[in-house]
Design a binder for this molecule. Structure first.
Ligand SMILES: Cc1cc2nc3c(=O)[nH]c(=O)nc-3n(C[C@H](O)[C@H](O)[C@H](O)COP(=O)(O)O)c2cc1C
Ligand code: SF4
Length: 656
């Protein structure tokens, strides 16, 4: 068969191993780990599903070497210290072997990331003192916690730890290892002139700063032998004051190339900045880091991998075809759609669900410790996915509402063998996903189309321009009615709200031509702020007026909210908090401050983003319309995509 993306789908040999295609799974952490550091079944299944999805390798993260100094303290309320994989202790081998087998049985090569956090790890000295060892003395980013210079004996111990872990992992059945030399962890801390000020053989010249990394690679190589594929991740540019730039990364690449089989070029470091480059946000173009890999590749002969916001097969094919990189690595793209490689291989790219770069996964992990994905309800529920069974009896299922929740429910029910009819009152599937028109949310539109395509392929009968009423249900007589009819904009009872200058945020995509130069956005939640940003990017003069004392309190505290606020600032958007809108005139909006003072905000258009309210009337009308009935998504509580897709999926699983 002729592949549509022949270069991306072509195999590659690294060391003595042939990898089935060029789509690699970048390391992602999962927290289903026992206190001893053994992988538990939910973690194993989390990676297994991606192996089944067709990626050439699966990189598990992360085995921490030298736990004595390498365990990071709790990273948020839901994290407990010590939830990192153990590989050095021989007692970890059974769980490592189970992990490796779960991956290799699907034809992917299991790889394990080995890492040490350096100064961010903590060592409890015999006298009880907590010590953070880094290359040189200094302070952690809090400016208070001291860092001590790592003694050479500890350096040697850590190097030996890498070797022990590598030998165990090979014995357990891992077919590849991934050494983390980037993102500001130990090996990069030593290579960085910003953090390494040592005067011994591990500091000073570039060769000395690279010495730790080289000794680690040599020790690991000795442990696994020749021909065993070794991948090294580096950051091409530290992107911090005093940090190294690409020229040093090229020199580093030259030093390591004979020791490894794949050089994985990422960039940046973990920092407090909301727009860290190592995990590109949705304001950055896709493939924003590819040029680093391409530049480094010009100087070395070892194969090079690139990573960072990649998921578009056309783009990835071009990267490989034009020799910018030999391998593309994806993390979030395979979380949201583990089947992406299979879809690429079989030319079903229009069914790819694209990562929204919404950071729901990140925020939820810090909030509850649970791994979730806004658009993949099976993420962290892989047990269900791997054991997905048809229903014992095929039912007639009617789904009301073709938004994300309705489509997910219809798709899941159809895949379980039910006869599914999906009704959408408008002329297109997608619901609230279609309201997005901003450049930084464009994937939402693509994903709505992909979900619709998948429903179609799964045999769902789609009826557009069809409103589900009690009468309609009676006529159809389904066994099961799944209701996801969504919400409508909340229209605040303000004099002038029906003025012609007022546009509801949901209508923005349809009525963009009517939006004037000066816009006041009424409502500074995440949605309002995002619409404001989009308008400012398009050249409008924008003011956000918010009743509460802070903007976007509903946006994820990690990366999302700080980045949104930074962008509002960058685009010169005026913001007024603690102001309650009192009336709207033809030429602007009046609002009253907490201390009763009225202020006028001139505007050609007032964009109302005051929230959404569930379509309760429809819910009430349909309450008793079918033997089994479930309501979910915005028609229950106007909320996030995550709840709509998860609850739609779960409802479909519950049909017996
Ligand atoms: C949930 C999650 C967990 C991650 N955990 C790790 C990790 O433990 N070690 C690591 O080196 N990178 C980790 N990464 C970073 C990815 O490997 C990758 O470099 C980054 O997400 C950029 O790729 P992407 O845009 O394809 O997601 C993680 C990413 C995600 C989304
Ligand atoms: S939660 Fe959002 S950022 Fe994370 S993988 Fe899913 S779509 Fe991507």
């Amino acid at each position: 068969m002729e592949r549509k993306y022949p270069n991306l789908c072509s195999p590659i040999q690294l060391g003595n191993t042939i990898f089935r295609n060029r789509m690699f799974c970048a390391p992602t952490a999962h927290k289903a780990i026992s206190p001893e550091g053994y992988a538990l079944d939910p973690m194993i299944e989390n990676f297994e599903i991606r192996a089944k999805g067709g990626a050439a390798n699966i990189t598990i993260s992360e085995a921490i070497v030298h736990r004595k100094t390498g365990i990071r303290p709790a990273m948020g309320e839901a994290f407990t210290a010590g939830q990192f994989l153990e590989a050095e202790d021989i007692r970890a081998i059974p769980s490592l072997a189970a992990t490796a087998r779960a991956i290799s049985r699907h034809g992917a090569v299991p790889s394990m990331e080995l890492n040490h956090p350096g100064k961010r790890g903590v060592y409890t000295a015999p006298d009880g003192r907590k010590i953070h060892y880094g290359p040189s003395e200094g302070f952690l980013s809090d400016g208070i916690t001291p860092i001590e210079e790592m003694p050479v004996e500890i350096i040697r111990e850590i190097i030996q730890s890498y070797g022990r872990a590598a030998a165990n992992l090979k014995r357990a059945g891992f077919g590849m290892l991934f050494i983390h030399g980037g993102h500001g962890w130990l090996l990069q801390q030593f290579f960085s002139p910003a953090t390494n000020h040592r005067r011994d053989e591990y500091g000073g010249s570039l060769e000395n700063r690279a010495r730790f990394m080289l000794e680690v690679l040599d020790t690991v190589r000795k442990a696994v032998g020749p021909g065993f594929p070794l991948e090294l991740r580096i950051s091409a540019d530290e992107d911090i004051p005093g940090g190294y730039k690409i020229d040093d990364a090229i020199e580093l690449a030259r030093l390591v190339e004979n020791r490894i089989d794949l050089l994985h070029v990422s960039t940046g470091v973990h920092s407090e900045e909301p727009d860290e480059r190592w995990q590109p946000d949705n304001f950055k173009p896709r493939g924003v880091n590819v040029h680093y890999a391409a530049e480094i590749k010009k100087h070395v002969s070892v194969p090079v991998a690139t990573v960072g916001a990649l998921n578009d097969p056309e783009m990835m094919e071009e990267i490989i075809a034009t020799g910018k990189a030999d391998v593309v690595a994806m993390a979030r793209a395979l979380i949201v759609d583990p089947e992406l490689p299979n879809k690429v291989m079989s030319g079903r790219e229009n069914e790819i669900i694209h990562c929204l770069r919404c950071f729901v996964c990140l925020n939820e992990r810090f909030k509850t410790g649970i791994s979730v994905c806004a658009l993949n309800p099976q993420y962290s529920r892989e047990h269900e996915a791997l054991n997905f069974a048809p229903a014992a009896v095929s039912r007639h299922v009617l789904v009301a509402g073709g938004g994300p929740g309705g489509m997910e429910a219809a798709l899941t029910a159809a895949r379980r063998g039910h006869k599914v009819t999906l009704c959408e009152k408008s002329g297109q599937l997608g619901g609230a996903m279609l309201c997005e028109r901003s450049s930084f949310k464009e994937d939402m539109i693509k994903d709505a189309a992909a979900m619709a395509k998948m429903c179609e392929r799964a045999g769902v009968e789609i009826r557009l321009n069809t409103k589900v009423t009690a009468e309609y249900v009676k006529k159809e007589a389904p066994d099961v009615l799944l209701v996801a009819v969504g919400a409508v904009p909340f229209v605040p009872p303000i004099p002038g709200i029906d003025n012609s200058c007022v546009i509801m945020a949901e209508e923005m995509a349809k009525r963009s031509g009517e939006i004037g130069k000066r816009v006041v956005v009424l409502g500074g939640g995440q949605v309002g702020c995002e619409f404001a940003l989009q308008l400012a990017m398009e050249g409008h003069e924008v003011t956000v007026v918010e009743m509460q004392d802070e903007l976007a309190p509903d946006a994820g505290p990690r990366r999302v909210r700080p980045l949104l606020l930074k962008k509002l600032d960058e685009y010169g958007i005026a913001t007024e908090t603690g102001m309650r809108a009192s009336r709207i005139a033809n030429d602007g909006l009046y609002a009253v401050s907490n201390d009763g003072e009225e202020k006028f905000f001139p505007a050609d258009t007032v964009l109302c983003a005051a929230g959404r309210k569930p379509l309760r009337d429809t819910v009430e009308e349909l309450r008793d319309a079918a033997p089994m009935i479930r309501f979910f998504g915005d028609c229950v509580t106007a909320g996030r995509l995550l709840e709509a897709t998860t609850n739609g999926y779960s409802a479909a699983l519950d049909i017996e």
